[in-house]
Design a protein around this ligand. Structure first.
Ligand SMILES: [Ca+2]
Ligand SMILES: [Ca+2]
Length: 441
């Protein structure tokens, strides 16, 4: 009898520890239950709520529970005077609970269940955060792009895949992840009572079997004979990581966009390369003076330039940089596109004040319902940078060393003004595809 009781006790212990920490190991294709929100002190109390997240707490209503007897509820409200989106962060580490799941190097994906109580589809963005340099957790924590999900009414099973090689392009240390963020839309209401409630349960980390295979971040196609070099075509969903959405802007007043790769058939159009495109969701905002932007990192540009070789440096005017933009809204859209050189290529020159390297493109108008091809001659970009450095323009760049785009491509910035009309808070969607270099002669 005593033996049976011991066995039952052991079983209960294992079950309860499963609920708390998971019995699985950290690696080897196993899954770890990071949180099922069963233990308030460990699972709920340490959660960070930021940017007007509103109310977050413990739920015991079994209708909104997927595992155990409790789940997390979140009622995102948002702030009315800024246009950032409310989010919460579930920490991956805890000294008190001897929990250390901060190394995401071998995490294949994070899964969880999210219940949307609205009767409409709502969006949620999920991603990772790092620590700030001061080790003080704040909204300035590093956040590489989140993955953007549509939440149908009711339960949604979420699978968020982790791409360490791509995240490193955004200077993120995958080995010291502080937490997992869940970001939601702002409520048009300013009280918790009238905002939409979401429930989260069963947050699991799934590890790869054995070692993670090295991911080739860039696998560019080139057709040198026909004078064509690919930079980015978005056929691989990870390619959205070529773009960074900076979360921290000094003025802190702007509308964060969301990006992901989608099949162009979603918009009943044909992609310019393959079938997938980058979907840029420009969020309508409540601040008309805000500026919004996203930035293409230089990694793929550098690789494409390397594939072309010396001829590009010797004869930059023989090459053009091209990509295609599609405006799905019904109004003409304006986007400012800036091409910039990598001014950090030489550490001895590593002072942005001593160098110049930005080509300021004028605002680009994109008509609704048709593909627009942006095209810029690389020699012209170089000349523009040199002219500015030579003092032929009225900028303050006169004494600076020009860093040429053809030699040290840095990236591309896309920016646009915040928008809304008094009666309309509809978001606008821009599709982008087929970044490439073409030889013109
Ligand atoms: Ca639970
Ligand atoms: Ca494509």
């Amino acid at each position: 009898m005593k033996k049976i009781i011991t066995l039952i006790l052991a079983l209960i212990l294992c079950l309860s520890s499963l609920g708390l920490f998971g019995c699985a190991e950290e690696s080897g294709g196993k899954a770890v239950l990071l949180s099922s929100f069963e233990n308030f002190d460990r699972d709920i109390q340490p959660i960070h709520v930021l940017d007007g997240m509103g109310d977050v707490g413990e739920n015991r209503d079994m209708q909104f529970v997927k595992g155990g007897k409790k789940s997390l509820y979140a009622t995102p409200v948002g702030l009315t005077w800024v246009t950032k989106f409310p989010y919460l962060v579930i920490p991956t580490t805890s000294i008190n609970y001897n929990m250390n799941y901060g190394n995401f190097e071998n995490v294949e994906k994070v899964t969880c269940w999210v219940y949307n109580t609205s009767d409409e589809t709502e969006w949620m963005s999920m991603g990772l955060t790092g620590l700030t340099r001061t080790h003080q957790y704040a909204e300035s924590a590093i956040r590489p792009n989140g993955e953007y999900f549509d939440l149908a009414p009711g339960w949604n099973f979420i699978e968020y895949y982790i791409y360490p090689a791509y995240m490193s392009m955004q200077s993120f240390d995958i080995k010291s992840v502080y937490g997992i963020f869940f970001e939601f839309d702002r409520s048009e209401e300013i009280t918790v009572a009238s905002a939409i409630k979401f429930y989260i349960d069963e947050v699991k980390l799934h590890y790869v079997k054995g070692e993670r295979k090295p991911i080739t971040t860039l696998n560019l196609n080139s057709d040198a004979e026909n004078g064509a070099w690919e930079v980015c075509d978005f056929e691989d969903s990870m390619q959205s990581y070529h773009f960074a959405i900076p979360y921290v802007i000094p003025s802190a007043i702007w509308n964060q966009p969301h990006i992901r790769t989608v099949n162009a058939s979603k918009y009943n159009i044909t992609a310019k390369s393959g079938v997938n495109v980058l979907e840029l969701i420009k969020r309508a905002g409540t601040n008309n003076f805000a500026c919004c932007y996203m930035q293409m990192e230089g990694t793929a540009l550098k690789e494409a330039f390397k594939n072309i070789g010396q001829d590009l440096i010797d004869n930059p005017s023989n090459y053009v940089l091209k990509f295609d933009i599609y405006n799905t809204s019904d109004v003409v859209d304006g986007i400012t596109i800036e091409l910039f050189s990598d001014r950090s290529y030489d550490e001895t020159l590593n002072s942005e004040n001593a160098q110049t390297g930005t080509y300021f493109s004028s605002g680009t108008k994109v008509n609704p319902g048709e593909w627009y091809t942006y095209e810029k001659n690389i020699g012209a970009i170089d000349n523009n940078i040199k002219n500015r450095a030579a003092g032929s323009s009225s900028t303050t760049d006169d004494d600076k060393t020009p860093v040429l785009f053809s030699q040290h491509p840095g990236g591309i910035t896309f920016s646009w003004a915040a928008f809304r009309t008094s009666s309309n808070m509809e978001d606008r969607v821009i599709l982008i595809d087929n970044f490439r270099i073409e030889k013109v002669s």
